[in-house]
Design a protein around this ligand. Structure first.
Ligand code: THU
Length: 130
């Protein structure tokens, strides 16, 4: 299994692929799947701004399409160590509630958190049970 520092470096590499001509805020994500696969995500912006997808959700939807369902961790890279937005926290909660989350800046200075810590009291699939 890949070590944390390498996953962080993958997120920094994924950041180079971001398409962010409007904000110039480049975000990369590296999602570690249970079988050891690492799936990249990056933010992809759009002239119709709300059509933008964030790096974290891009990684998760790409992984699902590649038949991955079991996620161990995600590393997220920005210039300055920005944290995941609310929408990404919600989607991470749905698909990877047990994930560790590593937040890094562009130099690889990272800290560790978790989906549970980022989104306490989340609305989850159990909330829909009658
Ligand atoms: N962004 C992400 O990719 N992930 C987040 O969790 C926060 C925001 C992107 C969306 C947009 O392209 C840019 O950062 C500025 O909001």
């Amino acid at each position: 299994m890949i070590d944390v520092e390498s996953l962080v470096q993958h997120a920094i590499a994924a950041r180079q692929r971001a398409y962010a001509p409007y904000s110039n805020y480049f975000v990369g994500a590296a999602l570690l799947c249970a079988d050891g696969t690492v799936v990249y995500g990056c933010n992809v912006e759009n002239a119709a701004y709300p059509s933008t997808i964030c790096a974290e959700r891009a990684a998760l939807v790409s992984a699902i399409a590649q038949n991955q369902r079991d996620f161990v961790a995600i590393a997220v890279a920005t210039k300055d160590g920005g944290t995941p937005c609310g929408t990404c926290r919600q989607v991470m909660s749905e698909l990877g509630i047990e994930m560790a989350v590593y937040i890094t800046d562009e130099l690889g200075n990272f800290w560790t958190t978790s989906v549970r810590e980022l989104l306490p009291y989340s609305f989850d699939p159990k909330s829909l049970e009658a």
